[in-house]
Design a protein around this ligand. Structure first.
Ligand SMILES: CC(=O)Nc1cc[nH]c(=O)n1
Length: 104
Protein backbone atom coordinates (compact mmCIF):
# COMPACT_ATOMS: atom_id res chain seq x y z
CA UNK A 1 0.00 0.00 0.00
CA UNK A 2 1.27 3.49 -0.87
CA UNK A 3 2.15 5.92 1.93
CA UNK A 4 -0.61 8.23 0.69
CA UNK A 5 -3.31 5.58 1.18
CA UNK A 6 -4.71 3.72 4.17
CA UNK A 7 -7.53 1.22 4.52
CA UNK A 8 -9.89 0.64 7.44
CA UNK A 9 -12.44 -2.04 8.03
CA UNK A 10 -15.92 -0.71 7.25
CA UNK A 11 -16.94 -1.17 10.87
CA UNK A 12 -14.62 1.70 11.86
CA UNK A 13 -15.92 4.20 9.28
CA UNK A 14 -18.61 5.88 11.41
CA UNK A 15 -16.24 6.37 14.36
CA UNK A 16 -13.60 7.97 12.12
CA UNK A 17 -16.09 10.30 10.44
CA UNK A 18 -17.59 11.37 13.79
CA UNK A 19 -14.15 12.07 15.30
CA UNK A 20 -14.54 9.34 17.96
CA UNK A 21 -11.62 7.32 16.61
CA UNK A 22 -8.39 9.32 16.41
CA UNK A 23 -5.74 6.60 16.28
CA UNK A 24 -5.18 3.35 14.50
CA UNK A 25 -2.80 0.64 15.67
CA UNK A 26 -0.88 -1.09 12.90
CA UNK A 27 2.00 -3.49 12.44
CA UNK A 28 5.44 -2.73 11.01
CA UNK A 29 4.18 -2.92 7.42
CA UNK A 30 2.42 0.44 8.04
CA UNK A 31 4.96 2.24 10.23
CA UNK A 32 6.30 4.60 7.56
CA UNK A 33 3.44 7.08 7.29
CA UNK A 34 4.95 10.58 7.48
CA UNK A 35 3.71 12.97 10.17
CA UNK A 36 2.09 15.98 8.45
CA UNK A 37 1.17 14.00 5.33
CA UNK A 38 -2.40 13.43 4.14
CA UNK A 39 -3.69 9.99 3.26
CA UNK A 40 -6.69 8.92 1.23
CA UNK A 41 -8.78 6.50 3.24
CA UNK A 42 -10.76 3.61 1.79
CA UNK A 43 -12.65 0.65 3.13
CA UNK A 44 -10.68 -2.58 3.26
CA UNK A 45 -13.66 -4.60 2.04
CA UNK A 46 -14.53 -2.79 -1.18
CA UNK A 47 -11.90 -0.06 -1.56
CA UNK A 48 -14.53 2.70 -1.28
CA UNK A 49 -12.96 6.08 -0.48
CA UNK A 50 -14.58 7.78 2.47
CA UNK A 51 -12.27 10.49 3.82
CA UNK A 52 -8.85 12.06 3.99
CA UNK A 53 -6.76 12.01 7.17
CA UNK A 54 -3.70 13.99 8.25
CA UNK A 55 -1.09 11.90 10.04
CA UNK A 56 -0.06 13.50 13.35
CA UNK A 57 2.44 10.93 14.61
CA UNK A 58 3.58 7.33 14.38
CA UNK A 59 4.80 5.85 17.67
CA UNK A 60 6.07 2.34 18.38
CA UNK A 61 4.49 0.36 21.19
CA UNK A 62 4.36 -3.22 22.40
CA UNK A 63 1.05 -5.04 22.76
CA UNK A 64 1.48 -5.08 26.56
CA UNK A 65 1.66 -1.26 26.58
CA UNK A 66 -1.87 -0.86 25.22
CA UNK A 67 -3.68 1.36 27.71
CA UNK A 68 -7.06 2.82 28.61
CA UNK A 69 -5.94 6.00 26.79
CA UNK A 70 -5.41 4.05 23.55
CA UNK A 71 -8.80 2.41 24.03
CA UNK A 72 -10.49 5.83 24.47
CA UNK A 73 -8.80 7.06 21.30
CA UNK A 74 -10.14 3.98 19.49
CA UNK A 75 -13.62 4.45 21.02
CA UNK A 76 -13.42 1.00 22.63
CA UNK A 77 -12.88 -0.53 26.02
CA UNK A 78 -9.37 -1.83 26.66
CA UNK A 79 -10.46 -5.50 26.55
CA UNK A 80 -12.23 -4.83 23.24
CA UNK A 81 -9.15 -3.11 21.82
CA UNK A 82 -6.84 -5.94 22.88
CA UNK A 83 -9.17 -8.50 21.30
CA UNK A 84 -9.43 -6.51 18.06
CA UNK A 85 -5.65 -6.10 17.79
CA UNK A 86 -5.01 -9.78 18.56
CA UNK A 87 -7.56 -10.71 15.92
CA UNK A 88 -6.01 -8.46 13.22
CA UNK A 89 -2.37 -9.10 14.18
CA UNK A 90 -2.18 -12.56 15.81
CA UNK A 91 1.54 -13.03 15.22
CA UNK A 92 3.23 -9.87 16.47
CA UNK A 93 3.54 -7.82 19.65
CA UNK A 94 5.42 -4.97 17.94
CA UNK A 95 2.89 -2.33 16.97
CA UNK A 96 2.65 1.33 15.94
CA UNK A 97 0.14 3.93 17.04
CA UNK A 98 -0.77 6.13 14.10
CA UNK A 99 -2.50 9.29 15.35
CA UNK A 100 -4.55 11.25 12.84
CA UNK A 101 -6.95 14.12 12.26
CA UNK A 102 -9.93 14.08 9.96
CA UNK A 103 -9.37 16.48 7.04
CA UNK A 104 -12.65 15.91 5.19
C1 LIG B 1 -7.60 -2.82 7.20
C2 LIG B 1 -6.97 -2.72 8.54
O1 LIG B 1 -5.98 -3.36 8.82
N1 LIG B 1 -7.56 -1.91 9.40
C3 LIG B 1 -7.18 -1.62 10.69
C4 LIG B 1 -6.20 -2.30 11.38
C5 LIG B 1 -5.93 -1.89 12.66
N2 LIG B 1 -6.63 -0.87 13.20
C6 LIG B 1 -7.58 -0.24 12.48
O2 LIG B 1 -8.19 0.74 13.00
N3 LIG B 1 -7.86 -0.61 11.24
Amino acid sequence: MSLSEMTFFERFEADILSGKKTITIRDASEKDYAPGSCVQVSTFEDNRRFCQLRIDSVTALEFEQLSERHAEQENMTLPQLKAVIRDIYPNTDSLYVVAFQLVN
